[in-house]
Design a protein around this ligand. Structure first.
Ligand code: ATP
Ligand code: MG
Length: 372
């Protein structure tokens, strides 16, 4: 018979933390996910205490495996640098919802601003926009990194033609990949493509923490994060996990996509992340042969929506074969045709994002919330 979450928590209550407190009464334990005998949770501790906690992680894993019906147990120990005291979490690791309590979340050392590129809907050109926006920001003289946080389909390995794996530095830290002047990390490097979807949700929390804290990002003016599509719990958790200065929403002009974009904006507002603006992608069609323009999706919807919602409109990117071909070949237009018309559009958008960022007020620090 499949074990219940309560059985798992009961077994974890017998595992002491380094100071003797039952693990379930510490604030280190994440929500515990139990699916068909598979158990996943993470233990998040201050970076300085990782050594003391490793035996706890091992004992916790053993205890869970001993529960009848458990077929596999995955316990991740993640290090985070906490500023000040961590907020207490109810016993049993129940995750508090967004908006509760204060708590502190530190940024990534050396990184001045982290921005998300997001959309409510999949396939609207978020990753393409994120890459070209990052390159556009770099063209304005900024030092830029890009982090692929799309658990459902990491795209940076393809969009930037990256085949190599990041190397480890001193056994614990990862060295990001450099491409076209950008510092790059992808969740695709950490999560195996074969990992079933059901695991990715919980795993992403530790993978994300790792990508933010255990990667040698160096000094960056801006880190652009390519977010997974959608506005569900996983996305909300990510929006809270990453100390974001702002979010750029990508939408296509159709009404349906705009409804999703609106949800995306609402999600960021809920976690107090300023929306830096909306980009309308595939805004109009430019015939590659004759250069004639046609508004196949009813162009202009995103601009009107931005006005209605009181967020800046950042620009329109046409639907163009060159953008797709270059993108999919790992040769993003801003890097490979820097003087072309498409690069000009992205650089323009990047300049607006930079200006919005300069004017953006610091975000109220959210607490780290882990949800299954
Ligand atoms: N402006 C554009 N013109 C032509 N093709 C585009 C444009 N923007 C994106 N594409 C193409 O559309 C496809 C989807 O783009 P992309 O992967 O960037 O979307 P996404 O929103 O990140 O998707 P997902 O939700 O799957 O992560 C890609 O093949 C990309 O090359
Ligand atoms: Mg994508």
């Amino acid at each position: 018979m499949a074990p219940t979450k309560q059985q798992i928590l009961d077994s974890l209550a017998k595992v002491p933390a380094p100071d003797g407190t039952p693990l379930t009464e510490t604030d280190a334990l994440s929500d515990v996910v139990v699916t068909d005998g598979k158990v996943f949770f993470s233990i998040s501790v201050d970076a300085a205490q990782v050594k003391a906690w490793e035996p706890v992680r091992e004992r916790a894993e053993k205890a869970v495996r001993a529960v009848p019906g458990v077929t596999s147990a995955l316990v991740a120990l993640t290090a985070e640098r906490k500023a000040g005291a961590a907020p207490a979490r109810p016993a049993g690791g129940a995750a508090p919802r967004a908006g509760q309590g204060g708590g502190a979340q530190t940024g990534v050392p050396g990184v001045k601003a982290i921005i998300a590129v997001a959309s409510g809907k999949g396939g609207v050109g978020k990753s393409t926009t994120a890459v070209n926006l990052a390159l556009g920001l770099a063209s304005h003289g900024l030092k830029v990194g890009i982090l692929d946080a799309d658990i459902y389909g990491p795209s940076l390995p393809k969009l930037l033609a990256i085949k190599e794996r990041p190397q480890t530095l001193g056994g614990t830290r990862l060295k990001p990949i450099s491409r076209y002047g950008l510092t790059v990390m992808s969740i695709g490097f950490l999560i195996d493509e074969e990992t079933p979807m059901i695991w990715r949700g919980p795993m992403v929390i530790s993978a994300l923490t790792q990508m933010l804290r255990e990667v040698e990002w160096g000094e960056l003016d801006v880190m652009v994060v390519d977010m997974p599509p959608g506005t569900g719990d996983a996305q909300l958790t990510m929006a809270q996990q990453v100390p974001l200065k702002g979010a750029v929403i990508v939408s296509t002009p159709q009404d349906l996509a705009l409804i999703d974009a609106r949800r995306g904006i609402a999600m960021f507002r809920r976690v107090n992340v300023p929306v830096l603006g909306i980009v309308e992608n595939m805004s109009y069609f430019l015939c590659p042969k004759c250069g004639e323009r046609s508004d196949i999706f009813g162009h202009g919807g995103a601009r009107a929506e931005a006005e209605r919602l009181g967020v800046p409109f950042l620009g329109e990117v046409p639907l163009h074969a060159t953008i797709r071909e270059k993108s999919d070949a790992g040769l993003p237009v801003v890097a490979t045709e820097p003087d072309g018309p498409h690069a000009a559009i992205y650089k323009d958008i990047a300049a607006r994002v930079r200006d919005e960022l300069m004017g953006a007020p610091a975000r109220a620090a959210p607490r780290i919330v882990i949800e299954g």
